[in-house]
Design a protein around this ligand. Structure first.
Ligand code: SDX
Length: 430
């Protein structure tokens, strides 16, 4: 017998179905609530509201668990390439060796960016924010592939659009890096694997065709991208689903997700973390002062890289990144005083009642910026790297929303504005 929830409203009792997920999570299905009772629910920021069922990613915030299609993030980060995990997230299964070779080969056919798009890119102001450039470029792909405007084309055509987007994202990200430094673009080398190709387009120089990315950096980059690959219904993934639910095309939906990720409370936090750590260093390294600022309700300062809507324990990705941070800096022989400040800040916060009571632990953004900096990326480029990692997740969420035939997203509201009143002509207004 299926479980029911009972609610009593104005003396009347109503029953609502309860659904149970494959990991035992439970939800009250309120799909018929308004028809049954005339009531809606209200949940600012959707802290208690599920927008969908999904089979892509499972998070347990209390236990600090993150799994993609049933596989623990620890296993994926330790054993896979980013493209392998992308295949898993997009297709639901880990690829065989042959499937991975075919996936990488298909991607290598689409790595170039149309010269017209490149000309548009060159007109972007030097010094404009990399995330604004990225969302503009991804949205503009729809101008060059007009057939992609119909998201309901046969699956083969949709899959080609997905491959095309996966292929061009690293090229566009590398273009943004080059623009920032005023350097000539390095075109894709399709003989290289996905991540090595990205690093070569980024750090390689036209004048030095012999450049090859350091295997330590390639390994760290694969791990970092895997750790960002998907995270269920976060702000940017939800944005992709909402925009896609209107049957907007994939490029527009992903561009919307990029813009949501840009926010400092979301993916923009990795840039904010580094700027915060720099401020603390330049202010003499007094972490206690900044802990107290974060606790002061009258001070808008927040400890960036701490806290999470879902994780009320350590973000499992932060643990992996913290270890990778030590390894990478050690292998690269980088001694970054910022890392020492980060560790002191983490230590102080994890022993402070304010943070303990609110279960504020370091999240994925706390250490990632330190590695990105050690790998040679500028701070305002960090969120672009987050987007590069999150792309397969966004696409998978968009795909699932489509294949589940979800209705257009259109939440309701409770009106709290002015009561009805007679119109006042201009001359009679005070
Ligand atoms: C990402 O959702 C995802 O999965 C996101 C992400 C992904 O992979 O997609 O994991 C990536 O976005 C990670 C989060 C990166 N953002 C930051 O690091 C910014 C700093 N963190 C916060 O602003 C905050 O913790 C959020 C936005 C992450 C979560 O905010 P919530 O869940 O809305 O919690 P809240 O703002 O209601 O805070 C609850 C309490 C409040 O205090 P009280 O009013 O109860 O006294 O905790 C306090 C907050 O003031 N608090 C903090 C804090 N975060 C929360 N106080 C100081 N410093 C902080 N960082």
């Amino acid at each position: 017998m299926s479980e029911k929830a009972k609610i009593i409203l104005e003396g009347n009792e109503f029953e609502l179905p309860v659904i149970t997920g494959s990991e035992g999570e439970k939800a009250i299905d309120i799909g018929k609530l308004r028809d049954l009772t005339g009531y809606i629910t209200l949940d600012s920021g959707f802290k208690n509201t599920g927008a969908t069922t999904s089979g892509i990613t499972f998070l347990d915030g209390e236990l600090g668990i993150l799994r993609h299609r049933g596989y623990d993030i620890e296993d994926l980060a330790a054993n896979c390439s980013f493209l392998e995990v992308s295949y898993l997230i997009l297709n639901g299964e880990l690829p065989t060796a042959e499937q991975l070779v075919e996936f990488e080969a298909k991607i290598s056919e689409h790595t170039l960016v149309n010269e017209g798009l490149e000309a548009m890119f060159k007109a972007f102001p030097t010094g404009s924010h990399p995330m604004g450039q990225l969302s503009s470029m991804i949205s503009s792909l729809s101008l060059y592939y007009p057939k992609s405007l119909d998201p309901n084309r046969p699956e083969e055509a949709v899959k080609r659009t997905i491959i095309r987007l996966m292929a061009k994202m690293p090229t566009i990200c590398a273009m943004i890096y080059k623009k920032r430094h005023g350097h000539p673009l390095v075109y894709p080398n399709n003989k290289l694997d996905y991540v090595t190709n990205f690093l070569n387009m980024t750090f390689g120089q036209v004048a030095d065709p012999s450049y090859m990315a350091d295997p330590v950096i390639v390994d760290a980059m694969n791990k970092l991208l895997i750790l960002h690959a998907d995270h269920e219904q976060n702000c940017s993934a939800s944005t992709v689903r909402v925009v896609g639910s209107s049957q907007a095309n994939l490029y527009s939906s992903i561009s919307a997700g990029i813009n949501a990720l840009w926010g400092p409370l979301h993916g923009g936090a990795n840039q904010e973390v580094l700027e915060m750590l720099e401020d603390i260093k330049n202010d003499g390294g007094d972490v206690e002062k900044y802990i107290n600022k974060a606790k002061d309700k009258n001070d808008p300062f927040r400890l960036m890289g701490f806290g999470h809507r879902v994780y009320k324990n350590f973000d499992p990705r932060a643990k992996i990144i913290k270890k990778a941070c030590d390894d990478v800096l050690d292998k690269l022989g980088v001694n970054d005083p910022i890392l020492e400040i980060a560790k002191k800040l983490e230590e102080a916060a994890l022993n402070d009642p304010y943070f303990i009571e609110r279960k504020l632990f370091p999240n994925v953004d706390f250490y990632s910026g330190i590695i990105y900096r050690a790998l040679g990326f500028p701070t305002d480029f960090f969120t672009v790297l987050f987007a590069l990692g999150r792309l397969p997740g966004w696409i998978a969420q968009w795909q699932e929303m489509r294949t589940d035939k979800q209705p257009i997203a259109r939440p309701r509201q409770i009106y709290t504005g002015a009561a009805p009143r007679p119109f006042v002509r201009m001359n009679d207004r005070a």
